[in-house]
Design a protein. Structure first.
Length: 164
């Protein structure tokens, strides 16, 4: 992998983060600039050696103590080199620093499922994350019934790595 730099997101990163979630809206939820402003302290960004934003990852904390990994995105030409895993691990470390976080979870689409498994996540029943379901899934555009089935293709996962 070429030289990349990962850091905490800052205000001027918001348009690029929002843009990368829009480009990947078939596999992830779009995050508007307004939403990103509220969660900015929970985001990390990755930049190429030329200063181009090439990836991001954040987390959202629910009142019950769950932190959900959100907006994991890596530009196509940088995929497969370990950047996604680095972003996940950095985000987990930051989420676990919060005293209110008891568990880290993710809802992974089929293309990201192997990456999360590689980074010590295991499948979990969605019923474990009732607050996520009530807050996010209820209004998700993918949570629509079609031919008697919901159209969401994501798998609920929970981090089982070290407590550090």
């Amino acid at each position: 992998m070429k030289s990349v730099f990962i850091r905490k997101a800052i205000r001027r990163d918001i348009p690029a983060i929002s843009g990368i979630t829009l480009v990947n809206e078939k596999t992830m939820l779009f995050r508007s600039p307004a939403v990103l402003r509220k969660l900015l302290n929970n985001y990390f960004t990755a930049f190429s050696e030329t200063g181009e934003l090439i990836g991001c990852c954040g987390f959202k904390v629910y009142s019950g103590g769950d932190a959900e990994i959100i907006s994991l995105a890596v530009e196509k030409k940088y995929r497969g080199g370990g950047l996604g895993g680095k972003l996940i691990r950095r985000t987990i470390r930051e989420a676990r620093r919060r005293k209110s976080v008891k568990r880290v979870m993710a809802f992974a689409n089929p293309s990201a499922f192997p990456l999360f498994k590689k980074n010590k996540f295991i499948e979990a029943g969605v019923q474990l994350f009732h607050e996520k379901i009530l807050v996010e899934c209820r209004n998700c555009p993918r949570n629509k019934m079609k031919n008697g089935r919901y159209q969401c293709n994501e798998t609920a996962m929970v981090y089982v790595g070290r407590k550090s």
